[in-house]
Design a protein around this ligand. Structure first.
Ligand code: ZN
Length: 164
């Protein structure tokens, strides 16, 4: 597995639900955590490693105990709005303001196939909303404000050139 960056087509591929909770799934998730740490990220969605499934790994604090895997996540409720700075491992060096819900209720399965329903607030909620966007092929370029779009235009062009 390798991290892919914008404008790699894998970032726009349609994702499918995970349906088997087996050793291969665990091995792939371990590899995703390795890549997330290598690039010092707080979250990574499967499409970012060219794997078109509905799965994400997050660690909003950097503490090993905060590692979490969300399989087939669904955001059931959103409350409040808050703007904040966001980056993305698939857009290295680019940071933009994105409006997100302040609090979310998210349902997901863990690696044992057990269902969870949890509430997340502030930064952890932002990380999950960003990663769930990836499962719908929604990227930073789709969320940024017109002002940010102008501000980061050259950086985006550089990424496109690099990927071409
Ligand atoms: Zn991202």
């Amino acid at each position: 597995m390798e991290l892919v960056t914008y404008p790699h087509p894998a970032l726009l591929e349609k994702t499918r639900a995970v349906d088997s909770f087996d050793a291969e799934l665990r091995a792939r998730v371990a590899e995703m955590f390795r890549i997330m740490r290598e690039f010092k990220g707080v979250g990574l969605a499967a499409p970012q490693v060219a794997w078109p499934v509905r799965l994400l790994v997050v660690n909003p604090t950097g503490e090993p105990a905060a590692d979490e895997v969300l399989v087939n996540p669904v955001i059931k409720r959103k409350r409040g709005r808050v703007a904040g700075e966001e980056g993305c491992l698939s857009f290295p060096g680019i940071f933009v303001q994105v409006e997100r819900a302040k609090e979310i209720e998210v349902e997901y399965f863990d690696l044992d196939g057990k269902k969870h329903a949890e509430t997340r607030t502030d930064f952890p909620a932002r990380v999950i909303q960003h990663e769930v966007d990836h499962l719908e092929s929604i990227l930073l370029v789709h969320r940024m404000s017109p002002a940010d779009r102008v501000r980061v235009k050259r950086d985006l062009q550089a990424l496109v050139q690099k990927g071409a």
